[in-house]
Design a protein around this ligand. Structure first.
Ligand SMILES: [Zn+2]
Length: 133
């Protein structure tokens, strides 16, 4: 069951703020529901067990014009990795972290080679140990 845990930052660390599940009969996918609840927050960290689908991905790209958004994907529920196949370069090694900023998505996988974390995220707290549902 696709789930998303949203976090806001206090500048030094992340604090769990909102959760959503795609199985609650929502018309929206979990990540967009969480984004609505975190709308005033920047940056935003979403930890979820599925990749954003193509529709959610497009929305996150748009929102990233004004907000730094990090999506840590820990599992591939729903197989939405197919929507990111080109960006993933034909390899999939979870977790995958997607950095959305300025309308661009940068993918970091758990195997090298990877692009650098975008400069826009300098000073944003780390989140390696944040993992809970
Ligand atoms: Zn979606």
């Amino acid at each position: 069951m696709p789930e998303c845990v949203g976090h806001k930052s206090n500048g030094a660390s992340w604090k769990q703020k909102s959760t959503s599940s795609a199985t609650l009969g929502a018309k929206k996918h979990a990540e967009l529901s969480v984004m609505d609840e975190l709308d005033a927050e920047n940056p935003v960290l979403l930890i979820q067990d599925a990749f954003p689908c193509s529709e959610c991905h497009a929305t996150l790209l748009t929102k990233s014009a004004k907000k730094k958004i990090i999506v840590k994907v820990e599992k591939d529920e729903g197989k939405y990795s197919m929507d990111h196949a080109i960006a993933l370069g034909g390899r999939l090694s979870l977790p995958v972290t997607i950095y959305y900023s300025g309308g661009v998505a940068t993918y970091i996988q758990s195997v090298a080679p990877n692009p650098a974390v975008p400069v826009a995220f300098n000073g944003v707290p780390g989140f390696a140990n944040l993992s809970y549902y």
